[in-house]
Design a protein around this ligand. Sequence first.
Ligand SMILES: C[S@@+](CC[C@H](N)C(=O)[O-])C[C@H]1O[C@@H](n2cnc3c(N)ncnc32)[C@H](O)[C@@H]1O
Length: 407
Amino acid sequence: MTQWTIERLGRKGDGVAVSGDARALASLTLPGEVIEGEPADGRIAAPKILTPSAERVKPICGHYRACGGCSLMHASDGFTTRWKQQVVEAALAARGLSAPILGVHTSPPRSRRRAVLSGRRTKKGALLGFHARASDVIVDLQACHVMRPEITAALPLLRKLVVVGASRSAELTLTAIHGPAGLDVAVTGGKPMETTLFQTLAGLAEEGDLARLDWDGQTITRRRPALPMGRAMVVPPPAAFLQATADGEAALLAAVRNFTKGASAIVDLFAGCGTFTLPLAERASVHAVEGLAAPLSALDTGWRSAGSLNRVTTQIRDLARNPLLPDELNRFDAIVIDPPRAGAEAQVCQIAASDVPKIAFVACDPVNFSRDAQILADSGFKMTRMLVVDQFRWSPHVETVAEFIRT
Ligand SMILES: C[S@@+](CC[C@H](N)C(=O)[O-])C[C@H]1O[C@@H](n2cnc3c(N)ncnc32)[C@H](O)[C@@H]1O
């Protein structure tokens, strides 16, 4: 058997194992550990740990070895916090950038309010859970330490949905969101709706006391699954993007409020359902721009029913193909931008050419964020401070919110 030493963790949390000139990835390992194993396709699937790291802890979840939902549960919280901060610092340093990091905000266990699960029918019933590591096999989940307990408690009900609604070959995607009204479940990839299936689904929605059940676009609403966004209440479209934990959202929002302090006209780019727009409208007018019509419509309805907020306007626009131009941006005194993982290169180039004095930049991919940050730095913006936010505890994901000020 070959012995390897783990040099560091790669971006997806796997150990980079080194033996002489050879390199391979080894899951569930930590830097400095000596392991034994043979690689296949560049990966040591089941490494034997010969010298464990002092940062190694016993994973608290019985599914951990198999389930791909988590990949850093074998590391101490202190290690993971430092590692996530280093991931951000290294991505920035690769572009010659740095900024004071105000801290790392980590969401507590069992706080994930939005979970995307996979389901498949079997001869005996159904499999429901996350995929196994680097595999399309579903690990049947009985317990979970990341999701809110209300979602975990609903797993038997969700499994029933898979049994009645999945055809043998297809895999269902079930998005479960927990909010003040209860559970909001959206299923895609299911059998086509017909009368008997509708009656069964309505019965299951009642049995599980679901607030809403959406089946490939057909919706059973028992209660409106409204979520607070500042003083407004918003009913997001089924399976809508939301910040993964309420606690992480609060940390991001506090930073966004702080970084846009004093602005009276704000543009919120990639606005979604209004996570930032509606709270910011308590003290400024906000123009919300987003590529999808449904979340913007939910945002607008939430703003209208809240009543007492400043003016909010909305615009559906593809900001990758058709970014807001400098002339359009210059009527605002602050920009909030929260793009998807790919970042916002096209939009950031236009911001760089504008006169807007400050930006609150929320990002979920440190490498793409660093590319965009460099464009801003090259055009005279200074990255003055940032916060690292870890809403995906025990996973390699890391988010940031940064302040940019034009110098
Ligand atoms: C990371 S989410 C942020 C949403 C919102 N700021 C929030 O915190 O809930 C990114 C948003 O960008 C939108 N989006 C993705 N690609 C887009 C594009 N090319 N143009 C405009 N919006 C886009 C998505 O629909 C999604 O709402």
